[in-house]
Design a protein around this ligand. Structure first.
Ligand SMILES: Cc1cc2nc3c(=O)[nH]c(=O)nc-3n(C[C@H](O)[C@H](O)[C@H](O)COP(=O)(O)OP(=O)(O)OC[C@H]3O[C@@H](n4cnc5c(N)ncnc54)[C@H](O)[C@@H]3O)c2cc1C
Length: 421
């Protein structure tokens, strides 16, 4: 996101709103992740609100989006923005060869390989392309990008590549239920539509764990954010930022904010980052003079009426508490898969909800709850023709490259499954 655009590269949409408003954040996040050029215009005063036809800065009609063709939307839904961008449409076919759920790195990779290898391919994504990676300000360990690449740019390139090969991507639609019969996988979507395919890949990744403190839900999107906050960094300029988490994504977020803000505090529950963060990130964290790493520390409470005003942390060794004045807290504490649909569909999961595939379905060399003579393919679930790839899969590595690799591999097994007849 940038506030100024050269004349030849104007923003696709201007977004007028208030920082600290969850609905304004949702719009910014959606546009950023989809790599749509937009200009954020903060509405602070009633005069500024009246200049765009509203009554006051507290007007419920914010955010207001004004597109380059003059279309104006007041408090738009994500679906209406996707529609305006031409990205929201019904499935064009009554049946596909391959349906992919989730457009993170695994799903996008499966889409590129599936479509390029001649499969009629559709991708269903409930939010924006890129998944978790889309929130990363800079991915530095993905092969072929020595200077790193932002997750949103990587996702946009992959989306374009998949579409060039003919994959259809349905944005802002969530798969909620599956029915699997011989040769037919039917996915039911939250808006009442359905997608029918001969084979399917589940690439729905993981959902962030929520921080277990009072007021978290009330302040979510109003100072409390999940992920590395790539869309927000430019808005935090001049303010202290708190990042919570002890893994690579928290370290990455901390370093990113350290370029924009005077002071970043990284709150880590454990005693050190050594076991959980890559060495190159640790070196940079300790080299940055505006980063403070608070080990043995947990978030105890959040303060703030309309927006976050302060975070209270506690040292779990000394019991000492500290109140940090901040309007910005980013939480990167990992996550878990949301695969409740699998229970009804008879798809096997582990205790944490990750989907079991291939060798993980074998007990003493024999596949359990598996209907065919042949053993399941490597990324196949116990439902023949339904595959899992990326972070949603039991035993997955939780890296972009491995998700991309599994997406590609899953397509190879889809071909074998379809050839089996
Ligand atoms: C902030 C951050 C920084 C990271 N940085 C790095 C890094 O530098 N290097 C690295 O290798 N890895 C990094 N990772 C990890 C990496 O991003 C993940 O391992 C990778 O994104 C997993 O890809 P995936 O496609 O399996 O799942 P996800 O990325 O989780 O994508 C899943 C997608 O499925 C969608 N979805 C979920 N449920 C449904 C449904 N029911 N219907 C339709 N769609 C659904 C989600 O909206 C999402 O878009 C980072 C992660 C984070 C959070």
């Amino acid at each position: 996101m940038a506030d100024e655009h050269p004349p030849e590269n104007p923003p696709v949409v201007k977004v007028f709103g208030r920082t600290g408003s969850p609905s304004c954040y949702a719009v910014r996040d959606f546009l950023y992740r989809n790599d749509i050029r937009f200009e954020w215009v903060e509405i602070r005063t009633d005069d500024q609100a009246r200049a765009i036809g509203l009554e006051s800065a507290a007007d419920d009609r914010l955010p207001v989006c004004v597109f380059s063709d003059g279309t104006r939307m007041e408090q738009p839904t994500i679906r209406s923005i996707a529609e305006k961008l031409g990205w929201f449409h019904d499935p064009s076919r009554s049946q596909y060869d391959l349906a992919i759920y989730g457009a993170g790195p695994a799903g996008l990779s499966a889409a590129v390989y599936g479509a390029s290898e001649g499969l009629k391919t559709v991708v269903v994504e409930r939010w924006a392309v890129g998944g978790q990676a889309g929130s990363s300000p800079k991915i530095e360990n993905y092969l072929g990008f020595p200077q790193g690449i932002s997750g949103a740019e990587l996702a946009e390139r992959a989306r374009e590549q998949a579409c060039r090969f003919g994959a259809e991507i349905l944005i802002a639609r969530e798969g909620i239920r599956g029915e699997f019969s011989a040769g037919k996988r039917v996915g039911y979507l939250s808006d009442g539509s359905r997608v029918v395919a001969r084979a399917a890949i589940c690439a729905t990744g993981i959902d962030y764990y929520r921080l277990p403190v009072p007021d978290e839900q009330r302040l979510r999107g109003a100072g409390v954010y999940y992920g590395a906050g790539a869309s927000e960094a430019a808005l935090c300029v001049g303010h202290p930022v708190v990042v919570v988490g002890g893994g690579n994504s928290a370290a990455q977020a901390t370093l990113h904010f350290s370029r924009y803000v005077p002071h970043v505090m990284l709150v880590v529950r454990g005693d050190s980052l050594k076991r959980t963060v890559s060495a190159y990130l640790i070196d940079r964290l300790y080299a940055a003079n505006n980063v403070e790493v608070l080990t043995h520390t947990e978030v105890l409470a959040l303060e703030g009426d309309q927006v976050l005003d302060a975070v209270v942390v506690k040292n779990n060794q000394t019991g000492e508490q500290r109140r940090i004045d901040t309007h910005w807290m980013f939480v990167c504490i990992g996550g878990a898969p949301r695969t409740e649909w699998a229970v009804e569909a008879g798809v096997r999961r582990d205790e944490a909800g990750y989907l079991l595939t291939g060798p993980d379905l074998l007990e003493k060399g024999v596949a359990t709850e598996w209907p065919l003579e042949r053993p399941p393919y490597y990324l196949e679930t116990n439902v023949p023709g339904l595959f899992a790839a990326g972070d949603v899969r039991h035993g997955s590595v939780k890296r972009c490259a491995s998700a991309v690799g599994e997406g590609a591999m899953a397509v190879t097994f889809v071909h074998r499954y379809l050839a089996d007849g």
